[in-house]
Design a protein around this ligand. Structure first.
Ligand code: NAD
Length: 478
């Protein structure tokens, strides 16, 4: 028996959670349930993250968390419980299956059946943002090798476990050669370990267009956090409805399962809501726990119920649907169908009894790291980069010299274009000359000289080579 943590959440949460639990328990899920409170009441009681300290202990002890949607109160100061949970518990993979239920739920894509595997912890969502000058703010995009390895391996293992044929990777590595470049490179490396599964990579823009146009050509798609956030909603919506999709958030130790929709407060307490999204999350949870026979039984009964035209208001359609039901009646219909399979929709078959287990990330030996120069960022109100270069020549030495200035990435000195629009945020690249090796002391000297000359330095970025390979971008137009 597995002990899981359950939070019934807000709005329609308690109704859809009761419906979901009644279905999976009737199907024979071997679960002990420990309930915690999260969401609106906890926020309003003064806990800005929507969860009490003691509840973390329950979640960490049980490791598996089934969570209904919550209402985040309006107004500032409340932190997203979802984001906090993902990060605290290291839930690096967000898995969202999106399959159409044609002809029972309206969709333009009758043959769509794909799974988005989204990296869940890093990328621009590291939340490291700074204003640096009057005119420019920045958000750090952090991509790590462990992050890439874990998510890409998860996508391939998932494909193998669920009999999927292909894993596609979306990145924008033609522009972001370091960050998205690493994600793509790790994808190519790990794909070699799975010769039984086809692999392909698309640049995200055309890849997204293809996914929205012919989603039936995709199977599993793995991508960094931001792209996955956007595209998983697109995929769920074009499959039929965001109200039907569930998601799994998987970590090395813990996992959280939920519906992708919110707490729909206006529908609360009226026995109206569709419990399908949370039920889909619960089915992923049962698979995760290795209770795959129960998961399969529930999914097939659910498909059968949808196919019979027993629909809640959100997917009910005159002509296609047969009976408009409430949350409770829908759950009862699924329970009555346990043990049956759909006849027109494709029944599912999950590998017996094996939960997906991945090896822990092993840190590799460090590479040979060589300092090649430094980018010193300055706030400067002028418009002519030649004048800035003139000023910066006063801080260089016989060992280190200014080689380039860019503005928002585009080279403006030497030999910039007059037409290039410039902000007050300048990147000034210094490199060693006359055979001197670059040292940290050179950077300190540059900053200290700049300070003496009233040049407003706002940050530095060191320029490195790792194992002899240059590991920073050139200026655009360089
Ligand atoms: P929502 O998903 O709650 O509702 C959007 C629309 O979908 C509404 O018209 C609603 O009636 C309908 N809908 C959603 N789920 C349904 C279901 N199961 N059955 C039938 N109809 C359903 O999004 P929202 O209105 O933007 O957000 C409401 C609250 O939910 C907000 O406080 C938001 O912060 C929160 N929220 C929570 C989560 C979460 O906990 N994971 C996710 C998203 C939004």
């Amino acid at each position: 028996m597995a002990t899981i943590t359950v939070a019934k959440g807000d709005g329609i949460g308690p109704e859809i959670m009761d419906a979901t639990l009644s279905i999976i328990l009737a199907a024979g899920a071997d679960l002990q349930i420990e309930e915690i409170e999260v969401g609106e009441k906890v926020y309003l009681a003064g806990n800005t993250s929507g969860i009490a300290k003691g509840s973390w202990d329950t979640i960490r002890r049980n490791k598996v968390f089934l969570k209904a949607p919550i209402t985040t109160p309006q107004g500032g100061g409340y932190k997203s419980l979802n984001v906090t949970t993902r990060k605290f518990l290291g839930l690096y993979a967000n898995v969202r299956p999106c399959a159409s239920l044609h002809p029972f739920v309206r969709t333009k894509h009758p043959d769509m059946d794909l799974v988005i595997v989204r990296e869940n912890e890093e990328d621009l969502y590291a939340g490291i943002e700074h204003q640096q000058t009057d005119e420019v703010v920045q958000c750090l995009k952090l991509i790590s090798r462990p992050g890439c390895e874990k998510i890409v391996r998860y996508a391939f293992e998932y494909a193998r476990q669920y009999g999927r044929k292909k894993v596609t990777c979306f990145t924008k590595d033609n522009i972001m050669k370091q960050t998205d470049g690493l994600f793509h490179q790790v994808f190519e490396e790990i794909a070699q370990e799975y010769p039984d599964i086809e692999n392909e990579h698309w640049i995200i823009d055309i890849g997204a267009a293809k996914m929205a146009d012919t989603p039936e050509n995709f199977d599993v798609i793995v991508m960094p956090n931001l792209y996955g956030d956007v595209l998983s909603d697109v995929a769920a919506q074009i499959a039929g409805s965001v109200g039907l999709a569930g998601s799994a958030n998987i970590g090395e130790e813990c996992a959280m399962f939920e519906a992708i929709h919110g707490s729909a407060p206006r529908r609360a307490g009226q026995n109206l809501a569709n419990p399908s999204g949370l039920l889909q999350g619960a089915i992923m949870m049962l698979n995760h726990l290795g209770q795959t026979t129960v998961a399969e039984k529930v999914q097939n009964a659910w498909l059968k119920t949808i196919e019979e035209g027993i629909h809640t208001y959100d997917i009910y359609k005159e002509g296609t649907s047969k009976e408009r039901v409430g949350t409770k009646e829908f759950a009862q219909a699924v329970i009555a169908n346990l043990g049956q399979k759909p006849t027109r929709l494709k029944p599912v078959s999950y590998a017996k009894g094996s939960a997906l287990k991945l090896p822990k990330y092993q840190r590799k030996a460090p590479a040979r790291k060589e300092l090649l120069g430094v980018d010193v960022f300055v706030q400067w109100p002028g418009l002519n980069p030649d004048e800035l270069a003139q000023a910066l020549h006063n801080i260089q030495s016989e060992q280190v010299e200014l080689t380039m200035i860019t503005n928002r990435g585009i080279k403006v000195w030497p030999e910039g274009f007059q037409e290039t629009f410039c902000t007050d945020h300048w990147r000034c690249r210094f490199k060693p000359v006359n055979g001197y090796p670059m040292t940290k002391q050179h950077i300190i000297d540059l900053l200290s000289q700049a300070e003496g000359l009233n040049i407003d330095t706002i940050k530095t970025e060191n320029l490195y080579a790792f194992d002899g390979k240059q590991a920073f971008s050139m200026g655009q137009g360089q």
